[in-house]
Structures are given as C-alpha cells and as structure tokens.
Design a binder for this molecule. Structure first.
Ligand code: MG
Length: 678
C-alpha cells in the first residue's frame, strides 16, 4: 500500500515542479501481479562492454591439487565462473616467492611461488584468461622487498655489495635525514625522522662495555663508553637513593642501575646488546614514568666514540633528547614499521630512472609483460617516497608507468592502478603518475550512507571527487570498490545484513568508474581484522573440492565460512550472489552503465531533504541514458517518478509502481535498487 501521507512534503515539492517534467506514463514497464517491477530479461550476449576487475588472493581462491593452498590451475578451473560474473580482469595477489603467506614480502620478483604452480602454469592461466577476454593484473610490490630477499641480505653483508644502493642504510638516520642525505626522505627535513621505521641491518656494537659517568658537575655530566674484556657487573641491589642513575637500553623495565663510586662518579660494566643505543635516566616513580632523560643533544653528535667523553644533554621536554647511538650499527628503513619489509631506494624522484633498483624492477616487470601480463596493481604507492603529499611519489610513478607502458605492445595502454589508502584529496595528485587509483572514499561514503540510511548526499560527494581526479588527469580511471584484503569485509561493515550487502553490490555495479569485486564479496562474506588479516582473507566457499584451507597457509585455526556456497547461492534468487551476477551482466549489456558517466539528477539529489534515503543519479553515454535509484534505508520509501521511464534494466529488492495517478508513484522497499531506461 502507498503511504502518501508520510511523504506529503515531498509530493508538494515535486508537484510544484510538475511543469518541468513529462507527465506521460511510462511505457513498457514490466510489472508483476502486485505491481512489483521485474527487469526486462537482460539479453547479455557475452560481449564485455564494461570493465569489471575481480580481486582474488591466489592462496585462498581455488585449490586444484588438494594441498589446501589455492593455485594457478584452480583459477583456470574457475574462469567460467569469473566469466559469468562479467570479469574483464583479475587482480592476483602477489604471485612471487615470499616470506609470508600474503606475499607482500617478496623474495624473487622474477619467479612464481611454487605453492601456486610453475611458470608454465602461470602462462597457461594467462592464455586461458585471454581466451575469455579476461586480463591479468599482477600485484607488483615496488615499495619494499622482503628482508630475506637475497638482494637485501647481500646489501647488509658488505658495503661493496652491488645491492647496497637498492636500499636505504644509515648509521645515524636522524642526522642523515636532517642533512638531506636520504633521498627517499628528502622533502620533510627533520620531520621525516621516525625511529620506529629504522631497523638494525648489522650491529658491531655488541659485547661487554664499561660505562663511566662523571656527574661531579651536575649541570654538565658526561659518559665514556669503553669496550672491555672484564666480566659484566652483577646487578646493583644497593638501596634506592635520590642520586640513582640508570642505563636505559631496552624496553621499559629493562634498566641497569649504575654503581655510585663517590665524588660524583658512576660506573657500570654490562654485556651490551641494544639495537638502538642507550639513554641515561634518573629514578622515576615507576618504569613507565622515569625521571629525567639524558642523551645526545642533537642527531649530528648522537653516535658515541669508544673511549671518548660525551656530554650528556637533558631537557624538560624528554622528547628533545636524542638516543645515543653506538658506532658500527647500521640501520635500514621500512616506512611501514615492520622489519620484514626493506624499503627500496630509488634516489631523488626526479632522477629515479637512473637508480639501479628502478632499472632492475623495470627489467623484471617487462619480463612479466613478456609473460602476457596486462597490468599491475602497485602496493603502498604513497609510501615509496616518505612524504605522502609531496610530488615525489607521482613523479616516480609516472617514470615507472612510462617504462612499462612504453614496452607494452597491447591494443590499449598498459593498465596500472595504485593503492593510496587515503581520502580522495590525497589520492587525486597520484593521477599525475598513474592512469588508475583506488577510490577508497567511494566505499567509506557508501558504507556510512547505507548504515545511516542517508542516500541523498552520496552522489554529490562522488561527483566532487571525480572532479578532483579529472583536474589532474582528464582520462582518469576511478577504480571503485567496496572492501579489499586490508579492510574489514564489506559484509561486516554493513552489520552482516544481507539486504545491505545486496544494495552495496548494486551501487558498485551501477555507479561510474571501473569497479573491483573482492572475491567472496559476491557471496556476502563477513570478517574483521581484529584477530588478524587472515580473517578477511578466508577461503572462497565453492561448495566443492576447490575450497582452500586457511590452516594450510597461516597459523590461524580453521574458521567457519560465513555464507552459503557459490552453488547454493546461484540457485537462490534472493542471494547476494544473484545481485552481483545480474547487475554485472546488466552493466555489460547496458552501454550507459558500461561506460557512461554519473550525472546529478535535477530533482532527486542532496537538496531533497524530505527524502534523505533516496540515492539517485543518471548514467549517461552517447548510446543512451539510464536512471539509477537506490533506497539506502531500512524502511519503505515512495515518491512521484517524474522521469519518463521506458523499461526496467535491473531491480533488486522490492520495487513497485502505481500508475493510477497523473504521475506514477514508485515505492521502493528497504535497501532496494532499480535502474530504468529513460
Ligand atoms: Mg593447491
């Protein structure tokens, strides 16, 4: 039944604009017996007019040989499934040998992980995919290699290694950054130093050392460190006094109390093994709130020389005191705060193409082009150069893109999409370097809109982001998406509501841009990262022998798959899967959806305050226009439909039309969607 009274305000508002709209009743609208709309059968002839990329994690997608780990042959065996879902490209998680199951700590960029198959198997996958007009994009990890990569191990082993230049090493990172000697961290000056991003590559500073402090002038204490063959002192258990001094060389709680030798002199011999150096501290109230901190005054003089007195500096601001570094300790940089990643050094961005690391990764990348790869997804591109917002990363990326695209012989330009895990305004400048970038803001606005029942601001936001991208690159490719392998599953962010997941899929596949579907999303997968990333990377539920086993590639225990299987959902018209399949096929079959642009609706937009749940836009291409309507709320909405609609392209949820009045009235059930030809 219609709920006219509840929308009186809207009716009056729309009535006022009647003269601007065509009052003709729509023609050729398919209606079921109760007025429910059904889509015209979509005559998809299999021609792929849209671009739809399917993101899959090789290890958890499809296991052909029963070892529990997904493999290339498994993907080949499931290509018909991906084809029916309209996929035009696959983004494969890193395929190289790696330190971790996820593959983002690469050990050999030129090889394939033997768990996934052989190089021949990979070539067979490429060929089988191409037969179905499905391109292959590999995940190319340019920011860092694994810290066990032979290049890095060789670079650590000797200063004369040819790979020394591939990475960023320093004996005094803060000083080198401040002085501009670290090209990857050049634009921020001293602000670019983060002690948590530096790890010990080699350490000659281990062993028994004697620390002697002269505190006879409390305003100017000194410390002298000397290597010694003497044994380490036993723990100093003398009763606490106000004059106690501590050597602090580890995590909170790991103190060595100095011996008070009288006359302001203190000494201590310890078996020293601190990766970052040391500080001196006075007694505090507890381990977590130490007293005054004494260290180096500035980064330039932070490295001690054995046997030479070093002045100790203190400040009311403990953070102004620098760690005292030991000679012979070499650090390497990892912007992502993990010792498992060793960041590449490409030299100054403006000359990156001259760096040996750049040249080698281009050479290997071109080898993947030779193997038939059509594109790359680049990981963590805002972290390659340290500053996310300087033009260094886009400058570098343009050089890398040109090197790959110039080599590629395809009918279209080489595809390359960057991961800039940030809002639209940070992403936009990266289009100066890359043809495509993920639009994380798309999902963040979409999920919050659906969860708050607010649909009428979504289009305004997305169109404004698109303008930002277009200002940098007119032919920008907006890689739209819901969640991915680094985020909570879309289904969890949507409160595990099947209706919301169906709606989110319908929005993704009716909006502008070139959408990505994260494997399992089409089944309504849930999963959160709280207990580990593996929980958003669990096996695809095929309902057959191709299911992988989480316990085969991580140390996490088996968990229950969150949804009905592919085969079960394919048979269920109300499943999440059916929305993805129907709307993906509609996107290919309908030119305006396939490559149209989003246009703001004159009437159903952010100014329509009386109907906040309605999310509407036009998709427009040279071949035609469609009206896209979504109800972001959990309640039924109805309104006068002033567009002259001539047929229903796709529907999900309950949508009905009452054509009894001069202007038809559309009723949209909770979280429903409809696309009309107009
Ligand atoms: Mg296998």
């Amino acid at each position: 039944m219609m709920k006219r009274t509840a929308y009186l305000t809207l009716t009056l508002l729309l009535g006022a604009s009647l003269c601007a709209c065509n009052p003709d009743k729509p023609k050729d609208i398919e209606e079921g017996p109760s007025g429910l709309l059904t889509a015209d059968p979509i005559e998809w002839d299999g021609t792929k007019n849209a671009e739809i990329t399917y993101q899959l994690l090789v290890y958890s997608f499809a296991d052909s040989d029963g070892d529990g780990i997904g493999d290339f042959q498994g993907i080949i065996d499931k290509l018909d499934y991906l084809d029916s879902l309209g996929a035009t490209a696959l983004w494969l998680s890193p395929i190289h040998p790696a330190m971790s199951y996820h593959g983002y700590d690469v050990l050999d960029y030129a090889a394939v992980n033997p768990d996934f198959g052989t190089m021949e198997d990979f070539r067979a996958l490429v060929a089988a995919a191409h037969e179905r007009d499905i391109k292959i994009y590999i995940d190319y990890v340019l920011n860092h290699s694994g810290s066990d990569h032979p290049w890095f191990l060789d670079a650590c082993a000797s200063a004369g290694s040819p790979y020394r230049e591939f990475y960023t090493f320093s004996e005094n990172p803060a000083a080198d950054i401040e002085a501009g000697r670290i090209p990857m961290i050049a634009s921020e000056g001293a602000n670019g130093y983060d002690s948590g991003q530096w790890f010990v590559a080699s350490n000659d500073a281990e062993g028994v050392m004697e620390f002697v402090m002269d505190w006879s002038n409390p305003a100017a204490p000194t410390v002298t460190v000397t290597r010694t063959d003497a044994p380490a002192d036993p723990e100093n258990t003398a009763p606490a006094t106000d004059n106690d001094k501590f050597l602090y060389a580890g995590d909170p709680g790991q103190y060595f109390k100095f011996y008070d030798d009288g006359g302001g002199m203190y000494s201590l011999t310890v078996d020293f093994n601190s990766p970052w150096g040391f500080l001196i501290r006075t007694e505090g109230t507890d381990d977590w709130t130490p007293g005054t901190k004494y260290g180096a005054e500035n980064s330039e003089n932070a490295v001690i020389q054995y046997g030479v007195k070093m002045p100790l500096f203190s400040s009311e601001d403990n953070n102004a005191v620098r760690d005292i570094l030991m000679p012979g300790t070499l650090f390497y940089h990892s912007h992502l705060w993990t010792s498992w990643f060793a960041d590449f050094n490409y030299g100054p961005a403006a000359q990156a193409e001259q760096s040996p690391a750049f040249q080698e990764l281009v050479r290997i990348g071109q080898g993947w082009v030779d193997a038939g790869v059509d594109g790359m997804r680049l990981d963590a591109v805002k972290h390659i150069y340290h500053s996310e917002t300087s033009d260094e990363n886009p400058t570098f990326l343009a050089k890398f893109y040109d090197a790959m695209n110039g080599y590629y012989q395809g009918s279209e330009p080489f595809y390359m999409v960057g991961e800039v895990l940030s809002e639209h305004n940070v992403v936009a400048p990266y289009y100066a370097g890359l043809p495509a970038a993920f639009d994380f803001s798309f999902w963040w606005r979409l999920s919050s809109g659906i969860n708050s029942g607010t649909g009428n601001t979504f289009v305004k936001d997305i169109l404004s982001y698109q303008q930002e991208y277009a200002a940098v690159r007119p032919d920008y490719i907006e890689a739209t998406k819901l969640s991915n392998h680094d985020e909570n599953r879309a289904g969890s962010d949507l409160g595990e509501s099947t209706a919301k997941m169906r709606l989110a899929g319908a929005v993704l596949l009716t909006a502008g841009g070139e959408p990505y579907i994260y494997y399992g999303e089409e089944l309504g997968y849930t999963g959160v990262k709280d207990n580990g990333d593996e929980y958003v990377r669990i096996p695809m539920n095929w309902g057959d022998s191709y299911n992988t086993k989480l316990s085969s590639y991580t140390d996490k225990s088996e968990i229950t798959l969150p949804t009905a299987s592919v085969s079960e959902q394919a048979a269920d018209a109300s499943s999440v899967f059916r929305v993805y399949k129907d709307f993906a096929q509609a996107r290919h079959a309908c030119p305006a959806l396939a490559h149209g642009r989003m246009v703001r609706h004159d009437l159903y937009n952010e100014t329509l305050a009386s109907l906040p749940a309605l999310c509407a836009w036009i998709m427009e291409s040279e071949e035609g226009r469609v009206l896209v309507l979504h109800n972001f709320s959990g309640g039924e909405i109805n309104f006068l439909l002033h567009d002259t609609v001539t047929g229903t392209v796709s529907v999900q949820g309950e949508v009905s039309m009452d054509r009894g009045g001069d202007v038809p009235r559309l009723t949209m059930g909770a979280y429903s969607s409809v696309v009309f030809n107009i």
